[in-house]
Ligand binder design. Structure first.
Ligand code: AMP
Ligand code: MG
Length: 488
């Protein structure tokens, strides 16, 4: 058990800034005129060895907005590049964020403590460096829901209102989100390192990454190839899990793709209701590049950009290097299929030894039915859990093409689905778009009640609880098409 330190004595490391100082610009957060803690993740604080009561104190809140910098710590803005909607931006970086430092959690894992909305940095370009309360609470609730659903993700430690107004379409209350991640290394970090032409920087970045995320790669015959393979596998598995739960990331630029395999950057993300691969929520994604159904292909494209950055480390002969990278990238499809099939097998409650050649067509046929009848993905899988127990009507009532559904159910039930397995992986509660909006609207008017209730519901997503029926229901018809925004 660690003794929790007062905020000023929290020990923060800086291995990132030490190993790759070229990518770490020392910077300070803006002074928050009137910081007020809106939400604190006490279990996460405890995991980090931080004392929740100390974080709630005036000094703790100042730590959470970057105004109290612990002794020996140096906050940095991280530099990176990235492909945004397919176009390359050579110079991005944390425009409104800072890495406060790293700490070891109670299990000895290194975690970044990071702030979003802490003021302009030299990477801010035209931006104001700020964030509004609504979008930061949105990242908080969605990322914590994703964690509770079992998906790898950055976590949310706290949201603090700054007391400063943020100019958007109107003036909104400003906030800082304190975010925790196993790192903030991105494909874009490697793109910037590669673009400098500094081979030593690229190697230091890769070595830092291996030590931090994929230590087994260090012992491989070819550590940098093993690093690439590990990232391909981690991201294939992550996207498969997004697909299974109906998560649309919305802005899969290479600067928003982690090397750790954690989901990052909850900007325009949202969850599917009616199953439709063409679903897009982001207001700026006019071409549908980041539509739900495109996510696996886009991730593979992003990993190809990652591979390009590693070529100098893969082989002295660049043709050989391309061949090695291409072959490893070819593993994406297999890794994705395996992760998706094993996930859908559990969602359908099917035995682990059942042949993929049976599971895949069955699952694909179900998705075709869901798409054709515009059925809510989450409701459908949960209702199938009841169907596995013999109560067919809740599922049957969701479909229009009843004959096709009945045929499908007969095929599926003949395989003996296990309802308990299904209920352990098919959530009842996800942060449905209309519920999230409702909670954020109330929070912006000063009422955090709906937000706290929603957070409580979605962080126990598999336990059906009486009285929470409205949290399980799809959006009312008049909710209309949901639109989300970047840089909010
Ligand atoms: P995102 O699409 O949220 O990943 O943001 C892309 C880039 O824009 C990152 O470098 C961000 O730091 C930067 N950015 C987004 N919003 C702002 C803002 N309000 N002020 C400054 N920089 C921003
Ligand atoms: Mg980003």
């Amino acid at each position: 058990m660690r003794i929790s330190a007062p905020p000023a004595d929290v020990r923060l490391d800086a291995t990132f800034a030490h190993d790759v100082p070229e990518l770490a610009l020392p910077w300070q957060a803006d002074e928050a005129p009137d910081p007020r803690l809106l939400v604190l993740n006490e279990p996460l604080a405890a995991d980090l060895g931080l004392d929740p009561a100390a974080l709630r104190s005036a000094d703790g809140v100042r730590l959470l907005v970057g105004n109290l910098v612990p002794d020996g710590a140096t906050p940095v803005a991280q530099a990176y590049a990235g492909h945004q909607f397919g176009g390359y931006s050579p110079q991005l970086g944390d425009g409104r964020a800072l890495l406060l430092g790293e700490l070891l959690d109670t299990e000895g894992r290194r975690r970044d403590l990071h702030l979003k909305g802490s003021g302009r940095t030299p990477f801010a370009r035209g931006g104001d460096g700020l964030a509004a309360v609504g979008p930061m609470l949105r990242e908080y609730v969605v990322s914590e829901a994703m964690h509770a659903l079992g998906l790898p993700t950055t976590r949310s430690l706290a949201v603090v209102a700054t007391g400063r107004g943020v100019r958007r379409e109107t003036v909104l209350p400003g906030a800082v989100l304190a975010r925790v991640a196993s790192s903030h290394l991105r494909v874009g970090s490697f793109q910037l390192a590669r673009a400098t032409g500094d081979a030593d920087l690229l190697r230091r970045l890769a070595d830092h990454t291996i030590a931090r995320h994929h230590p087994a790669a260090a012992r491989a015959d070819h550590p940098y190839l093993a690093l690439f393979e590990a990232v391909v596998t981690a991201q294939a598995s992550l996207v498969a899990r997004w697909m299974l739960v109906g998560f649309v990331h919305g802005v899969m630029n290479t600067d928003n793709v982690t090397i750790s395999g954690e989901t990052i950057d909850y900007g325009p993300c949202a969850f599917l209701d009616a199953f439709d691969p063409a679903t897009v929520f982001s207001s700026i994604d006019e071409g549908g590049r980041y539509a739900y159904g495109n996510q696996p292909a886009v991730m593979q494209w992003n990993l190809a950009r990652f591979a390009e950055t590693l070529l100098p480390l893969l082989h002295d002969d660049q043709e050989e290097a391309v061949e090695l990278a291409t072959r490893a990238l070819g593993g994406f499809a297999t890794a994705y299929d395996e992760a998706w099939t094993s996930g859908v097998r559990a969602k359908l409650g099917l035995r682990a030894d059942l042949d993929t050649a049976v599971v895949r067509p069955l699952a694909d046929d179900l998705l075709r039915l869901l798409h054709g009848d515009r059925v809510d993905l989450t409701t459908a899988f949960r209702a199938l859990g009841r169907a596995a127990r013999g109560d067919l009507e809740p599922a049957r009532g969701l479909f229009l093409e009843l004959a096709a559904f009945d045929d499908w159910v007969d095929r599926w039930r003949s395989l003996g689905p296990d309802a308990a397995v299904m209920d352990g992986v098919n959530p009842v509660y996800i942060p449905r778009n209309h519920l999230t909006e409702e909670a954020l609207t109330a929070a912006s008017d000063g009422d955090l009640g709906p937000f706290s209730r929603l957070l409580d519901v979605v962080t126990q997503p598999f336990d059906e609880r009486p009285g929470l029926e409205r949290y399980a229901a799809p959006a009312p018809d008049d909710f209309g098409h949901y639109r989300t925004f970047c840089g909010t």
